[in-house]
Design a protein around this ligand. Structure first.
Ligand SMILES: Nc1nc2c(c(=O)[nH]1)N[C@H]1C(S)=C(S)[C@@H](COP(=O)(O)OP(=O)(O)OC[C@H]3O[C@@H](n4cnc5c(=O)[nH]c(N)nc54)[C@H](O)[C@@H]3O)O[C@H]1N2
Ligand SMILES: Nc1nc2c(c(=O)[nH]1)N[C@H]1C(S)=C(S)[C@@H](COP(=O)(O)OP(=O)(O)OC[C@H]3O[C@@H](n4cnc5c(=O)[nH]c(N)nc54)[C@H](O)[C@@H]3O)O[C@H]1N2
Ligand SMILES: [Mo]
Length: 770
């Protein structure tokens, strides 16, 4: 039988009870186990001790902020950061011999985990038209090939430049400068699939795309909402901040269709108490919400707050703040007073009492923070939901003051920085004007393609050239079959990568692998050793300096690759000193300093311990939107109804994966091991659908088009998820997410709300499953 591309090694599925707490000793042991499979004890030690230290390596694992210098733990990393960094520091290598042995068609049949496990890419490779093999190519010829394709385009808009949030600020700035000097704003990024909905709603309502809280705010909040995020696996260092907040008396309300271990209890492995004690209870209340019910929840709470104000005028709402800082209150209030309780309860799956208790928690709290991630942003009503969260914060003036605010928890370690550097298909005019002043060319003004629209354009043959700066576009994108077909229509696809992934195997007519230095590695250029800079979830910009010897002498840094490509394509007459940029990243930062507000004197300030804290204008009472005020908005609550016999499927991360790259098939906290092809279903739904635990089923997507989307052969695992809501891992299920199913306004794929039916797989006559 032909192998599925994402088939896992044949281990038996084992299911145990989900865990009720996260981290502690097993987490540390687990991190070391994976790290030592990848690299030597000495290298693992070297990377881990430098992680998140002043002048050390910024952990590529997530975007959570580091404590202030002096308050950092000697081991300022988490289990998953450790796995992630040693996955990069691995001593395994992919060489030219490897590609001689494995044709591209064979590699396209390998699992994501297998591809990643082959190790670090070591030299530039090319796949020529008609060939089924990658072969070595010199850097000189690789740049020549790309420059030739780019100059032959009918229009610069036939090129697409994708960025994943791993890229540092200097590389991101260089890439967007090149794209715009070439003449296109086609700069899609992983953020289009990640926090685009947050950015859209926050820009509109508060005039900023970024979160408004610092670690200090979180430590001093009275009440923290954790909505649609799984910090135990995806932002483990957030648990330390929550532990601290709880010590200071904070209460926590977790809102999730899954009772994730990290939401319940945390045993901090950095403290003796956490290692041997029972740990800290994280959530004081757990709202077991239905997928997509968060808009209704916040509307319900907002309505109850308005009614509380009616009963005790002047005591509930922050009337002064509403008068001086906001607009649209009356229209919003009239609308929310009219929302139907039946809809709220149907949408959330919660009881009226639970929502009233939530209101009471809010009324007892002076300072409230709302944290959220993909459980909010990857829904049809994601923008409306974030807008409603903003309404909620504004009602009691929980914006722009200490201990309170909005905290969209970012994913990739520098996804926020990349946006600050201009990676966005629709950067504001002020940024483009600044580029023109600085470099003397007029950047294109028409908006470019985002991730979803880039795929549509490829499908229609309107894109000929694709360059990926980090990431795994083919696998991260929705509708795998559609995306793969679209990408194959490009004339040339090129990827600046550290590790092998599916985007190298599903490629254009010609394809290039451009191997690059990772963040752990020493980066030496003509002017000496370089560092890069990154910005975390809390707008702190700081340095990251690699320590290890590069995986191969043939690697170039991301900045070197982009500068040379730009020089080769645009020639030296472009007036941009690409060569100087490559020789000294400080020269890039000098330019950034003159373009990006808040980064003046960048080179000097960023090297101070702790780096630069960019101020969010909201915290100074400045709203940079059209109204010049914080906006209350009216949002229509639509109950997501799923046809009889169907489930609403969310696609999410296991504990042992980093985005498109599964490390192992373990999901320790959820009690699942041995296979990733599982679908978690409420026990009553399992019974109601006539299924049994462990049964093999296909997941069949149902969408308004007639296309059948099928993910084959999953095992049913009864699990305490909300009724009607199933869960399965990404990226194996991306095949089910229709390209056209996007969040309103932000165009973000709705990865957390896919309507599916579970189709039992017929047994074969020989007893095996078909
Ligand atoms: N170890 C590790 N760390 C990572 C990553 C990784 O893959 N591995 N990825 C990084 C990236 S890029 C990102 S964006 C973040 C992602 O961080 P998360 O957003 O935590 O990631 P997901 O696994 O997508 O989990 C979504 C959570 O939302 C819940 N959820 C789903 N639908 C709903 C809903 O409708 N309402 C509510 N209230 N909750 C819902 C799910 O049950 C789950 O707990 O993590 C970053 N950090
Ligand atoms: N179904 C579903 N799909 C999703 C999501 C979901 O929740 N469900 N989440 C979405 C989200 S939030 C995101 S952010 C995207 C992630 O999408 P991407 O960011 O595109 O994907 P990653 O898996 O992070 O990319 C991994 C690859 O990055 C390369 N890489 C790693 N480090 C470096 C480096 O330092 N430099 C360079 N040049 N390359 C490097 C390696 O080659 C590795 O194979 O996926 C999205 N897709
Ligand atoms: Mo993300």
């Amino acid at each position: 039988m032909k192998k599925r591309p994402d088939e896992e090694p044949d281990e038996a599925l084992k299911v145990t009870e989900p865990k009720a707490w996260a981290a502690g000793v097993p987490a540390v042991a687990h991190a070391l186990e994976y790290s030592l499979q990848q690299t030597s004890a000495r290298r693992a030690g070297e990377t881990l001790l430098a992680m998140n230290q002043v002048d050390g390596i910024d952990c590529p694992g997530c975007a959570w902020a580091d404590p202030a210098p002096g308050r950092r733990h000697r081991n300022e990393y988490c289990e998953n950061g450790a796995k992630h960094i040693n996955d990069e520091a691995t001593t395994r290598r992919v060489t030219a011999d490897f590609f001689r042995e494995h044709p591209v068609s064979e590699l396209a049949g390998r699992s994501d985990a297998w591809l990643n496990q082959q190790g670090r890419l070591t030299e530039p490779m090319v796949k020529r038209p008609g060939s089924d093999f990658y072969e070595p190519i010199s850097w000189h010829d690789a740049f020549g090939l790309m420059a030739e394709e780019l100059t032959a385009l009918g229009s610069p808009d036939e090129a697409v430049f994708y960025t994943s949030g791993r890229a540092g600020n200097e590389a991101a700035f260089t890439l967007q400068l090149f794209a715009r000097a070439l003449g296109t704003n086609n700069l899609p990024d992983c953020s289009n699939m990640c926090h685009e909905s947050s950015g859209y709603a926050l820009h509109e309502t508060l005039g900023t795309g970024k979160g408004t809280v610092s670690l200090h705010d979180l430590h001093h909040a009275d009440l923290i909402f954790l909505v649609g995020q799984n910090p135990g696996s995806n932002h483990p260092r957030q648990l330390s901040a929550l532990e601290q907040a709880k010590r200071n008396g904070a209460r926590v309300i977790a809102v999730n269709p899954l009772p994730e271990a990290g939401l319940l209890r945390f045993r901090n492995p950095q403290t003796p108490r956490g290692v041997i004690g029972p740990g800290v209870q994280i959530a004081d209340r757990f709202l077991h919400i239905r997928s997509g019910g968060d808009l209704a929840l916040f509307q319900g709470v907002n309505r109850l707050l308005l009614e509380a104000e009616d009963a005790r005028p002047g005591e509930v709402l922050d009337r002064d703040f509403i008068r001086t800082d906001t607009a649209g209150f009356e229209e919003f209030a009239a609308h929310v007073r009219g929302v139907d309780w039946g809809d709220i309860l149907a949408s959330t799956g919660l009881t009226r009492e639970e929502i009233e208790q939530t209101r009471d928690e809010v009324l007892r709290s002076e300072r409230v923070v709302v944290c959220w991630a993909m459980g909010i942003t990857q829904h049809k009503h994601a923008v409306a939901t974030v807008r409603e969260i903003v309404n909620f914060l504004l009602l009691r003036g929980n914006v722009g003051r200490a201990g309170a605010g909005a905290c969209p928890v970012r994913g990739h370690s520098n996804v926020q920085g990349d946006r600050t550097m201009g990676i966005w298909e629709r950067m504001p005019e002020s940024f483009l004007d600044a580029l023109r002043r600085e470099f003397g060319f007029d950047p294109p003004r028409a908006h470019g393609l985002d991730s979803v629209n880039a795929i549509k354009a490829m499908r229609e043959g309107r894109v000929r050239f694709f360059l990926g700066l980090a990431g795994n576009f083919v696998r991260a994108a929705p509708d795998s079959a559609v995306t793969e077909q679209a990408v194959r229509r490009c004339r040339l696809t090129a990827h600046i990568s550290t590790k092998l992934n599916r985007s190298h195997t599903v490629c254009g007519e010609s394809a290039l692998i451009l191997p690059t230095l990772g963040r752990t590695e020493r980066d030496v250029q003509a002017s000496g050793e370089q560092f890069v800079t990154v910005e975390n979830s809390m707008s702190e910009v700081h340095t990251s300096r690699g320590r290890l010897r590069p995986a191969s002498p043939l690697l170039l840094s991301e900045v070197a690759i982009l500068s040379r490509l730009a020089r080769r394509t645009l020639g030296s007459g472009s007036g941009i000193p690409w060569e100087e940029f490559e020789a000294d990243y400080g020269a890039i930062r000098d330019r950034i300093a003159r373009i990006v507000p808040g980064l003046h004197d960048y080179n000097r300030r960023v090297t101070r311990p702790g780096g630069i804290q960019l101020t969010n204008p909201v915290n100074e009472g400045v709203y940079s939107n059209a109204a010049g005020r914080a906006l209350f908005t009216r949002n229509v609550c639509e109950v997501l109804r799923v046809p009889e016999g169907h489930l609403l499927l969310q696609t999410l991360r296991s504990h042992d994966q980093w985005n498109t790259v599964p490390y192992t098939s373990e999901d320790r906290y959820r009690g699942i091991s041995g296979s990733r092809r599982v679908v978690l279903v409420h026990p009553d739904d399992v019974a109601g659908l006539g299924l049994v635990a462990g049964q093999n089923v296909d997941l069949v997507g149902v969408w308004t088009d007639a296309v059948e989307r099928r993910a084959e052969d999953f095992r049913v695992v009864p699990y305490p998820t909300a009724r009607g809501c199933a869960a399965a891992y990404y990226p194996e299920t991306n095949v089910l997410a229709p390209l056209e199913s996007v969040a309103e306004k932000s165009n973000q794929p709705t990865y957390k709300a896919i309507v599916v039916r579970l189709e039992p797989r017929a047994s074969r006559p020989d007893g095996s499953r078909g």
